[in-house]
Design a binder for this molecule. Structure first.
Ligand code: 13P
Length: 251
């Protein structure tokens, strides 16, 4: 396990300029209450407010990330509507989420995910790679087979860049549902993932959990001893909910 915990917000398709105020409230809380050495706090925002967020948070310990990037293997070109890793880096964006199940459900293939990771790390962005099974796969006990395959295809051609990749396990059936796997299940699942990454890639990965994380269940999730932090959707939109998660984690 790595000592500095990650609290990563994924705002998905939410957030206007005025909502950046929520992040400033988190920033204020962190400044006053939290030992800066104990956590990494990152907000992954829609493209439209990334630049403004970076400017507002210039002196903050909160880092800014995108939720995706183009799968074209170029920095620039005739790709209408696409945003490259070079452009994100130019904004001073530090992180990007890749392979979120919502993006995979809109068609992101393993090959595209592979290219996205490659382009991101080339431009010095840190990658939050999401993996996870759907409800059917979970019920049929195929969770690990699915996750292992996703990890293999994402990482195999990016072996030189593993240190810039954080893994987030997000069971699809847990996202936005309020249902989370119990700790026994998560402990053994995390153990299997870590063991696989060590054996296959010699990779001692940072491993996060995502799916319905809230101020109510965080005290239980805190007991997961192989978990390096959390990727938080709905509960990251309002500063109070996000701050309560951090408070309850450390108190
Ligand atoms: P929720 O926290 O809303 O379940 O979303 C999790 C998620 O998808 C984060 O990437």
């Amino acid at each position: 396990m790595h000592s500095k915990k990650y609290f990563i917000a994924n705002w998905k398709m939410n957030g206007l300029k005025k909502d950046l105020n929520q992040i400033l409230k988190v920033e204020n809380f962190l400044k006053k209450k939290v030992n800066p050495a104990s956590l990494n706090c990152i907000f992954c925002l829609p493209y439209t407010i990334l630049g403004l967020a970076v400017a507002i948070l210039k002196l903050s310990k909160i880092k800014v990330g995108s939720q995706d990037l183009s799968s074209e293997p170029f920095d620039f070109g005739a790709f209408t509507g696409q945003i490259s890793s070079k452009m994100l880096k130019d904004l001073n964006c530090k992180y990007t989420i890749i392979g979120h199940s919502e993006k995979r459900s809109f068609g992101d293939s393993d090959q595209e995910i592979n290219i996205k990771i490659n382009m991101a790390v080339k431009n010095n962005l840190k990658v939050i790679l999401c993996v996870g099974e759907n409800l059917n796969e979970y019920k049929n006990k195929n969770s690990f087979t699915k996750v292992k395959r996703q990890l293999y295809y994402a990482l195999n051609k990016n072996r030189k860049h593993l240190n810039n990749i954080i893994i987030a396990y997000e069971p699809i059936w847990s996202i936005g549902t309020g249902v989370i796997p119990n700790n026994n299940y998560l402990n053994s699942f995390f153990y299997k993932i870590k063991k696989y990454l060590n054996n296959e890639f010699k990779f001692n990965a940072l491993l996060l959990y995502g799916g319905s994380v809230s101020s109510k269940n965080i005290k239980d999730l805190k007991k997961l001893n192989l978990c390096d932090g959390f990727l938080i959707g709905g509960a990251s939109l309002k500063s109070k909910n996000f701050i309560d998660i951090i408070k309850n984690y450390y108190n």
